[in-house]
Design a protein around this ligand. Structure first.
Ligand code: GLP
Length: 260
């Protein structure tokens, strides 16, 4: 894992945008894996700025989101489809027919999940998957004890995650219990993973992901098995790492041509 420590959340967003644009320049039809949550917002703001001010073109891109709540109609304000529309997709030029977000209202969820996997395969896989991390160590909505080889499927949220996400809904009771999420195996199939974490609340999960054992109790630790992961942290999220000075030295001494 490449660990990059930046001074604050805005710098994390700008660094992540450099990774995404570098991947986009290297592909004729880039496939972007997207995440929801507060963490990627500075990245999305920077991508929007690059689109508006520097003509960054998303016209050839496809996107696949990690997850969606089951039972929320697409236009529900807390659906991840609404979130993506509001914070990114309505402000850039990805063709709507190439935007993919799991359908939380599907009547046959198992078939919808299999179709989602098939759509990713048909698009020739995900070039870069943006990820955040839950305080439980989840990626997507793969909660602790998720199979490290899981594929897109329905999952039940833990109380901890429902509490964490209640801030968007008003009350905890309103947070759905079920979600559709790409599996850990699906995420690991991406050609590159771009994990972002900011704030002291994420520090224990970040340390477990990078320096802890590979374990289903911290699903993000599965990224240790991926050959190309870039983890971009602010100082607070990096504060529980025991090898912080090593990661900084490696980054500062990286040849210019290898930098994003
Ligand atoms: C949510 C999402 C994850 C996200 C995580 C952290 O539950 N399913 O994809 O990474 O929580 O969210 P935040 O960035 O708001 O802390």
């Amino acid at each position: 894992m490449e660990v990059i420590i930046q001074p604050n959340a805005e710098a994390v967003g700008r660094y992540a945008a450099r990774v995404v644009t570098r991947v986009m320049r290297g592909r004729l039809a880039p496939v972007l894996g997207l995440a929801t949550g507060t963490t990627p917002l500075p990245l999305y703001q920077e991508l929007i700025r690059l689109h508006r001010e520097e003509a960054l073109d998303f016209g050839a891109c496809s996107t696949f989101n990690l997850d969606e709540y089951v039972g929320l109609p697409a236009r529900h304000p807390q659906s991840y489809r609404s979130f993506m529309q509001e914070h990114l997709l309505s402000r850039i030029n990805v063709p709507p027919e190439r935007v993919h977000i799991p359908d939380g209202m599907a009547e046959d969820i198992a078939t919808a999940c299999a179709d989602y996997e098939e759509a990713i395969r048909k698009a020739d896989g995900i070039d870069v998957q943006v990820l955040g991390i839950g305080t439980s160590g989840h990626i997507g909505f793969n909660e602790p004890t998720s199979s490290l080889r899981s594929r897109t499927r329905i999952k039940t949220l833990t109380d901890r995650t429902r509490r964490d996400n209640a801030r968007f809904f008003g009350t905890e009771e309103d947070v759905p219990h079920h979600v559709i999420t790409m599996g850990i195996g699906t995420i690991l199939d991406s050609r590159r993973c771009l994990m972002l974490a900011t704030g002291a609340g994420k520090a224990p999960a970040v340390a477990a992901m990078i320096e802890g054992p590979l374990t289903a109790m911290c699903p993000a630790s599965a990224l240790q098995m991926h050959p190309q992961v870039t983890v971009v942290l602010d100082e607070a999220a990096a504060s529980a790492l025991t090898h912080g000075s090593y990661y900084r030295w490696v980054y500062e001494n990286k040849p210019a041509w290898q930098r994003d």
